[in-house]
Ligand binder design. Structure first.
Ligand code: C2O
Length: 552
């Protein structure tokens, strides 16, 4: 195994994907940022030099961080941010997983422009569990605002102006007509598309005119090969898919378009395009290209069919059978609620209220002085409470929510708290995540740090164990780190808490982080030094600033 070293210089630069020049924070001046390419088992060393005007952290989304949770890069959970003109070096092994992941800033809204691909190939002596592709093609899907990223902190976040593929908006937008990602292919060859949805707030449909793809991995876990004409990725999800150039020589568009399961406001429904050009095509003008017909913006059925049909490659590389015994069972309701606006701020709602998010009626509040994991490691009290409930405080009709009693009313106003759930080392945890219709119902992509979970089942309505439990897949469920919980529906997840540290479990719509759709698991140490959390590296950033700067 090798040591792979990178320097990430975070700096503000001017870019112009659409009609307006815009100053954005970048890594090494590019959007998207650099691609990291390692083999399973390598050690990755990234020196982050912060020459921007922002406090930053970098998170390695989906990387297990076995025993290195200090390197997880979560602002105020595993570390204080790296302040302007400061440096920090992330150092960790990438072991036990292969496929496509991403890295991104883990400070509210900076992920918009600080992100890139993280590709983990098999060790040199190990083949893919599918025919070797002729070429590999990263496709980084992004969301773009013609505005200062600082404004994205607003609640609710402003609508974006477009989506990008590898930094380019494509020819369906003004001012970007000639700036479109193109992929040249040779008839009969197969390409491995490594697709990453880095969008802050939007699930995306992805389609290629006249071509099917074969999904072979999701979130860097191999799947049973799954053939489809459309794909859907929530923010934070990745797909490895094979594309064979098996159509007549010519030009074909690929396109992404938003999937909005609750569209209360008009969203830009325009699709962003890239072009596939077969070698030998007589024209290279996109006016000759076939166009895919994209699903409707709220096509819940197509999204559900794709997501729930994928199964894991049981017995494949890095596969572990689903544990049948469960130690901890949790039922977590998720949704939007309301809270009073802080005094002195402008409130969008008429009643002096704004949206809050909740998991089991708790709105997560970030620690302000000491990162949560440091408080845990050094036994500092008063930073968090070990009291995240295993069940919602009240039972109710989660989906058809109507406020008609005091009891219902209580569910609309979650409690603000820094709550964690402590897990014994190696315990098996099952979580039913139940979406609710308290304010609105929409798909939320729940992301777990430090682990992959099995997705045992997806469904609509209120989860009913008597009917739904028997339908769970305990044989070859998909494994992932981010799951879209269906609108007005549920998922059942299972994972083994085999990695000590403080791990976030949160909605990966960035706009929902300040709403507090977050909780934290603390996984205790195992019985030996090899299964215990090490002390933090001596150069880990310290918090020494006005806490208001990183106010969620
Ligand atoms: Cu991709 Cu907590 O994030």
């Amino acid at each position: 195994a090798a040591i792979v070293e990178h320097v990430f210089q975070v700096k503000n630069v001017m870019v112009k994907p659409l009609c307006k020049e815009q100053m954005i924070p970048t890594v090494n001046g590019s959007l998207p940022g650099p691609t990291i390419d390692v083999r399973e088992g390598d050690t990755l060393v990234v020196h982050v030099i912060n020459n921007s005007t922002y406090n930053v952290t970098i998170h390695w989304h989906g990387v297990f961080q076995l025993k290195t949770s200090w390197m997880d890069g979560t602002n105020m959970i595993t570390q204080c941010p790296i302040q302007p003109n400061n440096n920090f070096t992330y150092r960790f092994n990438v072991t036990g997983q292969e496929g496509t992941l991403l890295w991104h800033a883990h400070v509210v809204n900076l992920r918009a422009t600080l992100h890139g691909a993280l590709i983990i190939r098999p060790r040199s002596d190990r083949p893919y569990p599918f025919p070797k592709p002729y070429k590999e093609v990263p496709l980084i899907l992004e969301q773009w605002w013609n505005t200062d990223v600082g404004l994205l902190k607003l609640r609710p976040a402003p609508l974006s102006d477009s989506y990008l593929i590898n930094g380019l908006a494509g020819d369906s937008y003004p001012c970007s007509k000639n700036r479109m990602f193109t992929l040249k292919v040779i008839q009969g060859k197969t390409y491995l598309l490594r697709i990453i949805n880095t969008a802050l707030n939007t699930h995306l449909f992805f389609k290629i005119a006249n071509h099917n793809v074969t999904v072979v991995a999701v979130d860097a876990v191999y799947t049973t090969p799954y053939i489809s004409d459309v794909m859907i990725l929530t923010p934070g999800q990745t797909i490895d898919a094979l594309l064979t150039a098996d159509q007549p020589t010519g030009l074909y568009y690929m396109a992404i378009s938003p999937y909005i399961s609750a569209h209360r406001q008009p969203f830009p429904a325009q699709s962003t395009t890239a072009l596939i050009i077969y070698e030998g095509a007589t024209s290279s003008s996109s006016s000759h290209a076939s166009i895919p017909s994209m699903p409707e913006m709220n096509d819940i059925q197509t999204a559900h069919r794709f997501s729930s049909n994928i199964t894991g490659l049981a017995g494949g590389p890095h596969w572990t059978p689903v544990p049948h015994h469960v130690d901890e069972r949790m039922f977590i309701t998720m949704g939007l609620g309301l809270e009073a606006c802080p005094t002195g701020t402008k409130c969008p709602g008429e009643l002096g209220q704004r949206y809050a998010g909740s998991l089991n009626n708790r709105t997560f509040v970030y620690p302000e002085t000491i990162p949560l994991q440091e408080a845990y490691f050094y036994n500092i009290t008063g930073i968090y409470n070990d009291d995240f409930p295993d069940q919602p405080p009240l039972k109710f009709d989660y989906i058809n929510f109507k406020v008609n009693t005091d009891h219902d009313y209580k569910m609309m106003f979650p409690e603000r708290k820094t709550s964690v759930k402590t897990l014994r080392f190696n315990s098996t945890v099952e979580i039913v995540v139940q979406n609710t219709g308290i304010i609105t119902t929409e798909s939320h992509p729940m992301h777990l740090h430090g682990f992959n979970f099995y997705v045992l089942g997806y469904g609509f309505g209120n989860y009913d164990p008597t009917h739904d439990e028997r339908k769970l897949n305990l044989v070859n469920p998909q494994m992932r780190n981010t799951v879209g919980v269906p609108p007005a529906g549920w998922v059942v997840l299972r994972f083994i808490a085999s990695n000590p540290g403080a791990w976030m479990f949160h909605c990966h719509m960035d706009a929902h982080l300040p709403y507090g759709i977050i909780m934290v698991f603390i996984v205790q140490n195992g019985p030996t030094p090899e299964t215990s959390l090490l002390p933090p590296p001596s150069d880990i950033p310290q918090c020494s600033w006005d806490p208001k700067i990183y106010d969620s």
